[in-house]
Design a protein around this ligand. Structure first.
Ligand code: GLA
Length: 635
């Protein structure tokens, strides 16, 4: 017999189910007064450096890696911030079965040889440290690595028996992390996930007995077939091991599960940088895919928890010295997104023009700006995009990006920058060094694939405060209301991946559709309440909780309501503002068609504001709600 639950309880349960929280038992929308995105480690600004992967694949050796390090120092790039020298896949020979010790390919890294027969990277990392650099290493969540998964003919793969070739972290997390950080002296770890993706019972390499089966916990094509809780638990274990091995906190944790398993929504809670897509290739089209995977995820990145659209491919293919326009665009976009900047070419042979490009101080300064606000899209189309980033100085950076292979005419408006149209805006072109002035708007001509980047100073539309959509680095969607993660269909789908046109093409695979957006409703629709358009604000789904760090502002204000884009006209939602865990303001229950309701709260002295929207009717999943004109004000 079914138990008849009281109505209220049923509604509450529906809400908990909706938020996917039954298992945890807690109310995810209850204020916590704590910032929950990742802040451990050392990534207050996006990490910068060099990685061996795009330059050499698994064909690496000591000369190549130390050569890159020496070049960065000699070329002045190290002094400009490129500090991490990361060894990617290919360094390992095998795991010693007697004690689980990882053995390095000593013929490639001769300095790792030791009298006792057990190789160590210690003198190698000592050399990097003596050069003023930091050292990074690569591993995998599973038993095996990505090259073992996808490059069966690679001659640089680990050697030995099935068990000896199991070089990944699986079952060895504590031991390996202690080895990397305590014994060998590394400072940075990239954790790939192919071992959790490619070794299912039906894989040829498993059936043939070459590798052991590990039930896949990550499925690129299906969030539902990914065991997200298991993957998260592994990252938690890795974090704990890192903290244990690094009492001074000097580590960087790089998550590399390529946008799978809905990681674009939760990577920010588990590591310092998190890959938002599969691998970049040196092609314009593929670069667009990787850029798109991070471009609309500004709220999912903060100081200490950055979106990673993958390493730079400047120096190869369509980004080599013969394609300076494309190379500059690639660099400009990564700078605006606060992407980690990892050079991926053989720096010993780097042409002067590319050394200069990578050393552009102004662009580096945008990327490394202390406020940590990823650029948001002020104008969006498949042809041209305008990205705007708020700097810690209060100035803006704006990138005008021509995605197409034809020249483009663009009108840049002061309004794109949230600057007043009736006052001058001083612009500094960060590629040419030219100064320009804009009043109201200005016409620009862009060459094919060109990106113009300006630093801009003008008069702010909001004189005494900052809109929340201008400060995504301070806003964390702790709960974003997405209950059934769906792939974002708007990402560029490239025919220039490693797969070429084999198969049926890349389908929408990167979950995150419907996430929290700046100046836009979820799903890319306009912010609008009862027919009134808002150019500024945060668009979210109901049953969400946003954490907002307050750096000394006194008042929060917004106009709230159910967005006009809602397909569901009956459901209602209430909006609440908390300050350090205490309720400061609420709205009445609002539904589609209601005019926006002003909401304001005194936040003087408050460190953490939480913006909570609760659907007050069951079955209200995916109800788009709007914090229009949401701002922190000085008075
Ligand atoms: C995966 C990662 C790459 C690189 C390779 C190494 O494909 O996404 O960045 O580390 O593995 O095999």
């Amino acid at each position: 017999m079914k138990l008849a639950l009281p109505r209220l309880r049923t509604a509450a349960l529906a809400l908990l189910f909706a938020a996917g929280l039954m298992a945890a038992g807690a109310d995810p929308l209850a204020p916590t007064a704590t910032w929950s995105a990742y802040t451990a480690g050392r990534a207050a600004t996006p990490p910068m450096g060099w990685s061996s992967w795009n330059a050499f694949g698994t064909d690496i050796d000591e000369h190549k890696v130390l050569g890159a390090a020496q070049s960065l120092v000699d070329q002045g790039l190290a002094a400009k911030g490129y500090r991490y020298i990361n060894i990617d896949d290919g360094w390992w020979l095998q795991r010693r079965l007697s004690d689980g010790m990882l053995i390095i390919r000593t013929e490639r890294f001769p300095s790792t040889q030791q009298a006792n027969g057990t190789p160590s990277f210690r003198s190698f990392t000592d050399r990097l440290h003596a050069m003023g650099l930091k050292a990074g290493i690569y591993t995998d969540l599973g038993r095996n690595s990505c090259s073992q998964a996808y490059s069966p003919d690679d001659t640089d793969l680990p050697k030995g028996s099935v068990l000896e070739r199991e070089v990944g972290l699986y079952g060895h997390t504590q031991q390996d992390i202690a080895l990397f950080f305590e014994t060998w002296g590394f400072d940075y770890i990239k954790v790939d996930g192919c071992g959790l993706r490619a070794f299912g019972a039906d894989a040829e390499k498993v059936r043939s007995g070459k590798y052991r089966e590990l039930k896949p916990a990550l499925d690129m094509d299906s969030v539902a077939r990914s065991d997200i809780a298991a993957v998260q638990q592994q990252f938690r274990d890795i974090h704990n091991a890192l903290v244990k091995s690094n009492p001074d906190g000097d580590f960087v944790l790089s998550l590399c599960v390529w946008g799978a398993g809905n990681v674009r929504a939760w990577g920010k809670d588990f590591g310092n940088l998190s890959r938002t897509s599969d691998d970049i290739t040196p092609s314009w089209s593929r670069m667009l895919t990787n850029f798109d995977s991070a471009a609309k995820r500004a709220f999912y990145a903060h100081p200490g928890s950055w979106n990673d659209p993958d390493m730079l491919f400047i120096g190869k293919g369509e980004f080599d010295a013969k394609h300076l326009t494309e190379a500059r665009s690639h660099f400009s976009l990564w700078a605006m997104l606060n992407a980690p900047l990892f050079i991926g070419m053989d720096m010993r042979k780097a042409p002067e023009s590319l050394v200069e490009l990578l050393g552009n101080r102004e662009l580096i300064a945008l990327n490394q700006d202390a406020a940590g606000h990823q650029a948001t899209l002020a104008y969006d189309s498949h042809d041209v995009q305008i990205l705007v980033k708020t700097l810690s100085s209060g100035d803006k950076a704006v990138a005008i990006f021509n995605r197409t292979a034809a020249p483009a005419d663009v009108e840049l408006q002061a309004a794109h920058l949230k600057l007043r149209a009736d006052a001058d805006v001083e612009l500094l072109d960060l590629w040419s060094g030219q100064q320009r002035r804009l009043r109201g708007q200005m016409k620009l001509k862009l060459a094919a694939h060109e990106t113009l980047v300006f630093k801009a100073r003008g008069t702010r539309v909001l004189a005494d405060g900052l809109y929340l959509s201008e400060q995504p680095g301070n806003v964390n969607p702790a709960v974003d209301g997405v209950v059934q993660p769906m792939p974002d269909p708007t990402l560029h789908r490239s025919a220039k991946g490693w797969q070429g046109t084999r198969g049926s093409g890349e389908r929408p695979i990167y979950a995150g559709w419907g996430g929290v957006q700046a100046d836009s409703a979820p799903y890319g629709e306009a912010l609008s309440l009862n027919g009134k358009r808002y150019e500024t604000g945060i668009g979210s789904l109901a049953n969400s909780r946003l954490e907002v760090r307050n750096h000394g502002y006194r008042r929060f204000s917004a106009t709230v309501g159910v967005n006009d884009s809602a397909r569901d006209a009956a459901s209602t939602a209430t909006f609440a503002v908390y300050g350090d865990g205490k309720l400061l303001a609420t709205s009445r229950a609002l539904k589609w068609g209601d005019s926006g309701e002003p909401i304001t709260a005194d936040v003087s002295g408050v460190k953490l504001i939480e913006l909570v929207v609760r659907a007050t009717t069951p079955d209200a999943a995916a109800l788009p709600v709007t914090w229009a004109d949401a701002a922190l004000l000085a008075k």
